[in-house]
Design a protein around this ligand. Structure first.
Ligand code: BES
Ligand code: ZN
Length: 631
């Protein structure tokens, strides 16, 4: 009875307001992942509410010559609805060769299957007819060379220049482009894999490496249930070096020394996070530093974070990205957003945790600088966003989740949690978060699940403090509440004072007090400058600080944005070099966006992009196409 009421309530879409009246016991009877399966994930064709995949067993050959992964995926299934006779999976650009089913787990017989029409965003549903007692389904398939979740690199795109390289990026909905499965973050699976790259190359996955038995290839197992977007694979000339007891770095041999030095604080970070939020539950924490075409900064693949080499600044100043991906081992990988609407549960929590880790290891001043930069970037981005996209519980139906991703779930989400911390006190809030990770460990939950837990475990005990939190405004309204926390950085105040000295003509650039400035201070300095600078000013800054040749990828990027805006031609060769060697979207998209604002810039953008595009990841190509080709 209670369950039916809950369902009706969810189906009516009355979200938090009306669900509030339900006795909370009802939710406990149902696992959150099952609740969401019944409410539906707008980005999956799968049918976990009838038949649910519990385990994936991959057997894949890595064919560099054809740019194809070829083999089979064997799914262990469970009927969630009695008598259900079809399994619905997600696919995108997969060639399905054969489907088979088994009732005893070892003898397989052919099963009927149909691949539906392909939707531009969702891909094509694969429907498989199940014999009554079937417990396993095996699909023989191969990926397409243009698979959205796989990038194939020529040797020239690697550091070593000798061997090809391949890696996957499954979040948000790209796992389906290399594995046929129920590609919803509400469907958790354990997995095993046998990966066969060419003999001289190593394969790594977001899983435990099994000791090699016989024959070729690498074997992996992930015995904790994870959402499909956390399944990841890479193969190439990859070396390994331990960093600490449970931590290590994988990267090409040519990158190893630099990477290991930059990431030397990783073990400390794991220890600091455990102290705050409870034990690290995934065994090892290793980092794979990828070639520069990696389209994002970092990806929290369990046991093996994937990271861009653009964080290797030489001074550990960009390692908050590692703190971030590590934090996902609690927020995201243990407690997972059940749908992409709930993405802020992953990223807002993680951004908040990231800052706490940075504070624990590098101090409050560094943390406040990063929080201030985060808020600035959020405000800048929100200035151009429609109201609907400024909402934490954003509606992404009918849209590609890749497009709906902004700083809102990250920075607004983190500010919300920071307000909870500041209002209820750090001690109480830390306890609350620890309890939350424990309560929902290895589950996928919705925003409504979180709010219910928050009310019951924090608000109800402290009603007068709770009354200071504009909860509904945080979750369902655009913009930032007036009471949103305001990070404070004294160091930035000093940076601003120096910038003013220069802008007002009181002190030449070379005489400014910039000695010992951190990356964050430089970034703030550049951000603080007015949009328009004249040719002499640009030259003066460049001569004083060597901006055009800055080795730090973030500082260089900021400078290049300013250079485009102010037509500083001396930086153009660097701009071209930057755009043709780095594929991280966060860094390259703003440069193309700045370029296409003027007719000459558009021309330059097209010329550079023609050279750069083949080296970009399919996801980055799609994103930059929209900027360069549409205009
Ligand atoms: N999980 C995200 C990456 C992601 C999000 C991939 C959405 C695909 C779709 C990861 O944890 C992340 O947020 N990475 C950031 C770095 C971080 C320091 C903000 C990135 O890649 O820039
Ligand atoms: Zn993240």
């Amino acid at each position: 009875m209670k369950v039916t009421r809950l369902l009706v309530c969810l189906l009516l879409g009355l979200f938090v307001m009306s669900c509030r009246n339900l006795s909370t016991g009802a939710v406990k009877d149902l696992r959150p992942a099952d609740v969401i399966a019944q409410t539906g994930d707008a980005h999956s064709y799968s049918n976990p509410e009838q038949v649910r995949v519990r385990h994936v067993d991959l057997d894949l050959e890595v064919l560099f010559d054809r740019k194809v992964l070829k083999g089979s995926s064997t799914l262990t299934i469970e009927r969630t609805q009695a008598g259900a006779d079809t399994l619905k999976l997600d696919t995108r650009d997969l060639k399905i060769i054969k489907a088979e089913a088994s009732t005893d787990g070892s003898n397989f017989t052919p099963a009927q299957f149909a691949l539906g029409n392909s939707d531009k965003i969702l891909g094509a549903p694969l429907t498989i007819q199940l014999p009554p007692q079937a417990t396993k389904v095996r699909i023989e398939y191969e990926t397409s060379p243009g698979a959205s979740g796989v990038q194939w690199l020529e040797p020239a795109q690697t550091a070593g220049k000798k061997h090809p390289y391949v890696f996957t990026q499954s979040e948000a909905i790209h796992a389906r482009s290399w594995i046929p499965l129920q590609d919803s973050p509400g469907v958790r699976v354990t997995y095993t894999a046998h990966i066969r790259p060419p003999e001289n190359l190593r394969a790594v996955m977001s899983a435990e490496v099994e000791p090699q038995t016989r024959g070729f290839g690498y074997r992996f197992k992930m015995t904790q249930p994870v959402p499909p977007y956390l399944i990841a694979l890479a193969a190439g000339d990859i070396a390994f070096k331990p960093l600490g007891e449970r931590t290590g770095v994988y990267t090409e041999p040519a990158m190893m020394e630099k990477a290991a030095r930059e990431l030397e604080d990783t073990e400390k970070m794991v220890v600091a996070t455990e102290k705050l939020y409870g034990p690290y539950r995934w065994g090892r924490y290793d980092i794979l530093v990828l070639p520069p075409s990696f389209p994002i900064g970092g990806m929290e693949n369990p046991r093996l974070t994937f990271a861009t080499p653009t964080i290797l600044a030489g001074d550990k100043s960009l390692v908050s990205l590692i703190a971030h991906e590590l934090a996902h081992s609690w927020s995201g990988n243990l407690v997972t957003n059940a749908t992409w609407r709930d993405f802020w549960l992953n990223e807002g929590f993680t951004t908040y945790l990231e800052r706490r880790i940075i504070e624990a290891i590098y101090g409050r001043e560094r943390e406040e600088m990063e929080a201030t930069l985060g808020l600035q970037n959020l405000k800048e981005e929100m200035a151009d966003l429609p109201d609907a996209d400024e909402i934490l519980h954003v509606d992404l139906k009918g849209r590609d989740p890749d497009e709906g991703f902004t700083l809102v779930p990250y920075e607004k989400g983190a500010l919300f949690l920071r307000q909870l911390e500041e209002t209820f006190g750090r001690e109480r809030f830390d306890q609350f978060l620890k309890g939350y990770f424990e309560r929902f460990a290895f589950q996928s939950i919705t925003t409504a699940d979180f709010i219910e837990y928050l009310k019951k475990n924090l608000f109800d005990q402290n009603p007068q403090l709770a009354s200071q939190i504009p909860l509904d405004e945080w979750i369902t309204k655009p913009g930032l509440p007036a009471s949103a926390p305001k990070p404070q950085s004294d160091a930035f105040a000093k940076v601003e004072a120096q910038a003013k000295e220069w802008l007002e003509g009181k002190t030449p650039a070379a005489k400014l007090q910039t000695g010992g400035w951190s990356t964050q201070e430089w970034l703030h300095f550049l951000k603080f400058l007015p949009q328009q600078l004249n040719a002499n000013q640009m030259k003066e800054l460049d001569q004083a600080f060597g901006m055009t040749k800055a080795g730090n990828a973030e500082i260089a990027q900021q400078w290049l944005v300013i250079s485009i805006r102010n037509k500083y031609e001396a930086a153009y060769p660097r701009l071209e070099d930057y755009l043709t060697s780095i594929g991280r979207q966060k860094l390259i998209k703003p440069l193309y966006e700045e370029l296409v604002k003027t007719p000459e810039g558009k021309l330059r953008a097209s010329k550079i992009y023609a050279k750069a595009r083949p080296g970009y990841h399919p996801i980055a190509q799609t994103a930059v196409d929209k900027i360069v080709k549409k205009t």
